[in-house]
Design a protein around this ligand. Structure first.
Ligand code: 5GP
Ligand code: ZN
Length: 114
């Protein structure tokens, strides 16, 4: 794991986060800077820099991440809807270089995104 990866440190419990879901391969916790009433980050335990780096070698990881999102949407009662987003690369504004999905809910969202 890269020594400076904040999400690897959360997985390793080296920096604190309120972990709301943990499976063999996935962890989820609230975003430090929430953009909606519910704003969770869903990440693989394994360090993968972004969606652009996922390969078939990662098996069912993407399914695991999205099933975790669905489970959390149920748990957080996002019955009216939710948004699942991954920012991939510089133009998309990715600021943490460890694959993560944002699960956002609890308000209405506009489209197209900014
Ligand atoms: P990105 O900009 O890469 O799509 O999303 C990274 C997200 O990670 C941002 O929304 C930011 O608020 C969140 N974040 C950055 N550092 C930490 C941290 O140490 N703890 C938590 N819980 N979230 C963080
Ligand atoms: Zn990492």
């Amino acid at each position: 794991m890269p020594l400076d990866c904040v999400f690897c440190k959360i997985v390793a419990r080296e920096i604190p986060a309120d972990i709301v879901l943990e499976t063999n391969h996935v962890v989820a916790f609230p975003d430090l800077n929430p953009q909606a009433p519910t704003h969770l980050l869903i990440i693989p335990k394994q360090h993968i820099p972004s969606l652009a780096h996922v390969t078939e070698m990662n098996g069912t990881l993407l399914v695991d991440l999205q099933l975790a999102a669905k489970e959390l949407a149920n748990k957080y009662q996002l019955d009216k809807g939710f948004r699942l987003v991954t920012n991939c690369g510089e133009s998309a504004g990715q600021s943490v270089q460890h694959l993560h999905f944002h699960l956002l809910g609890g308000r209405d969202f506009t489209w197209p995104p900014g």
